[in-house]
Design a protein around this ligand. Sequence first.
Ligand code: DC
Length: 223
Amino acid sequence: MNRNLIIAIDGPAGAGKSTVAKEVARRLGYLFINTGAMYRAVAWQALRLGIALDDAERLGQLAQTARIELTGTVDAMAVLLDGRDITAEIVTPTVSEAASQVSAIPAVRRALVAQQQALGRAGGVVMEGRDIGTQVFPHAEVKIYLDATAEARAQRRHTDDLAKGFNSGPLAVTQAEIEARDQRDKTRADSPLMQAADAIYLDSSGLTITEVVERILGIVATV
Ligand code: DC
């Protein structure tokens, strides 16, 4: 099998992209790149420095100059910002919301997309996000749009949040937050979340992780 494919996995929050992308990468011996972590790193730094989440100029500069590293193995991924390990700090609901806001800024996207293209150019990579198949690698050999119902996504996120020790309140609140974030990600002017014309649509609502992974590996095998 071709060992240097680019596999793009896009979709809304809570569809299972990271879990699935990690497992696909592990099974193929590929690099796993979680692009959401890069937007989260910029958002985390903006919150820390008190930069307004709509200050395009300062946020663009921040995204240009921040040294974001995705290190470690598929099982123990770490996100470093200017050498500091911020892995645990960027998964909070506050950073999720802030990441969605800063990701709407074109200068932020330009800076991070360039880094993502450099990271994935050689292939042998599973990259997940919102615009991988449409903007980052429009010529990726495999493109998956992983979706799930709002109820299924909220339920997963709620369970994850509880496991991480966040008290995010009732399930209905998690669902409202996730729907608001997706609405922003789908309607922003620059690179909105959408299915690429040549992406394969998969709905993970009624499937296990293993079933989704097997389907993607089946698609990869045909390339
Ligand atoms: O995948 P995630 O939930 O960690 O992403 C956090 C936010 O970052 C998401 O709400 C939108 C943004 N994002 C993006 O705009 N483009 C990407 N390729 C990845 C994430």
